[in-house]
Design a protein around this ligand. Sequence first.
Ligand SMILES: [Zn+2]
Length: 652
Amino acid sequence: METTDQKEPEKLGEYLVSKNLITQEQLEHALALTKESRMRLGRTLVELKYITGRQLMESLLERLRTSDLGKRKKLGEVLVSSGVISEGKLLHALEVQQDRKQRIGEVLINLGYVTKDQITDALATKLQLNLVLCDDYVLDDKIKRLVPKEMAKKYSVFPIGIKNGRLVLAMADPLDSNALDEISFYTRLRISPVISYDWSIEIAIDKNYQDTDEYDSRDGEHMFDVLEAELKFDKDLQFGEKEKGEPTSVDVESLYLKSNAPKIVKLVAMLITDAAQKRASDIHIEPREKYVQVRFRIDGELQNIFKYQREMHESVVSRIKIISQLDITNRRTSQDGDASVSIKGRKIDLRISTLPLIHGEKAVIRLLDQSKGIVPLQELEMPSYISDAIIRMFRLPQGMFIVTGPTGSGKTTTLYACLNHLRSDTRNVISIEDPVEYKLEGISQTAVNEAVGRSFASILRSVLRQDPDVVMVGEIRDLETAEIAIKAALTGHLVLTTLHTNNTVATIVRLIDIGIPPYLVASSVTGILSQRLVRRICKHCKVESDVSDEIKSFLSDFGVDNIQKFYRGEGCPKCMNTGYLDRMAVYEYLSISRMLKIALSRKTDEQELLATARTEGLKLLYEDALNKVRAGLTTIEEVMSKVPFEYSLREI
Ligand SMILES: [Zn+2]
């Protein structure tokens, strides 16, 4: 039962220090490096030239001798003292073992003196460990990722769960210090061993790990061997033709046949399919010094997905360039391209960009799921006082509606929902976008292209000659665009646009700052919507949660002390253990009322405007966010990190 795999015996480092072969400082340095590189301690020490290879080998051999002897005695003693075998039989077995170079457990079994189960029973008694049957356990994915299948098989162990911060590990051989060391090191957890029969462990492993193949069982920290791995290629993924009749050079079938690296083609196809299935918005492929890290942005946060060999990277990037018609030979400048794929009937547009970095080209693939692009206005989860006000405003013949928030706050989704609401056979709706992300039937969409002089301002001028009723201007970035847009809003057009500002009142101040006179702002702007995206608690693992006193006192500083219950996601396979699944927006809406127009004619100070808006019932961004916390839709932590708490309710 004891292990013969003694490449790196227990506490090798301490042993080397005790023999004065290395200093404590050198040990700590090497240990820190092994954590990063996952290289063995011994090899690290040799590479650092703290010891020679010969010294390492001699030390390992000596450790092997002593630890093996220690263990043999232990198991023998256990079996004799628990009456399983006589001392005579043990001595005989030890003698036989000299010749056969087998493990003592195996020798005893081969001699017919004991059964494996008897050894297990004896160990349980002697070591006072719980004896468990693990073949009925069902592991959750978190634990499975913690101890991968290969490790469980190699050491004949089965992870049962985590208790009091320790990993409860069923072991066929709880004396196997190598297993204890390596698993503890790998999981960064201390281990509470229990004992189990090896057959029971084997059944449990086969049952629990059966459905994971090499790719699925990986996590962000694991190296994924592109050439060795069995890749599942989703045949439902197809590269499509580019719009506007521009043919892509992609004929996936012929490429697949011609390519001498079908693995690469498969890998890229699998990456895209996997990202789409995990609802990722972006795939990041980042070359680092020794490997390439693949990350997905899911619900706004980057997550490590896996790593692959550095040597494969050029081929992977070339493949990505081929599907997006970029220049394969150009590796020195950044490039942008696009492609489209369909996965099981879902059409996904890909925006690809490459950027040369010191370790090679980084590629980012943005996924725009055309089936998810347009959300009806009613499904944006706006408080009804906001959606009602916006729909009322859209009945006006003219005016400007501004959506504001930083990049990635969901402004585009809101604008598309508005355009979708506004489109009709009797209205001419034109949008100017940078770039066109989703295609909308019944709307004339055009894209900005600064390189050929097609800026927002210049396109807007021509658009206004096209007799539009509704114009969407993707973004106001400069005074020129702002001026034309405001003029349009004053002359019978409904203008929808976005601005990068923090909140609704700040948007008014910003327009004045870039040079629009306050009276023009007052007469043209009809409504301003400010928004942020927060992650939604995963409904599959939602639990009630405590919050710290700091959070409570923070909230009370802002005049909020009426939230009774908080919730969070515990983490489950559905949310990839993040506790969050999907996102939603939180909103603040300012309607430009008569009173506000009067205030604007007198003063343009943010506090003053805010005070006026507040008396008219303006609800701040964080008030809507906290309502969503109260409703158990998101967490207080998420709101505090994504939503600005600018003015205390006590002050205004
Ligand atoms: Zn979950």
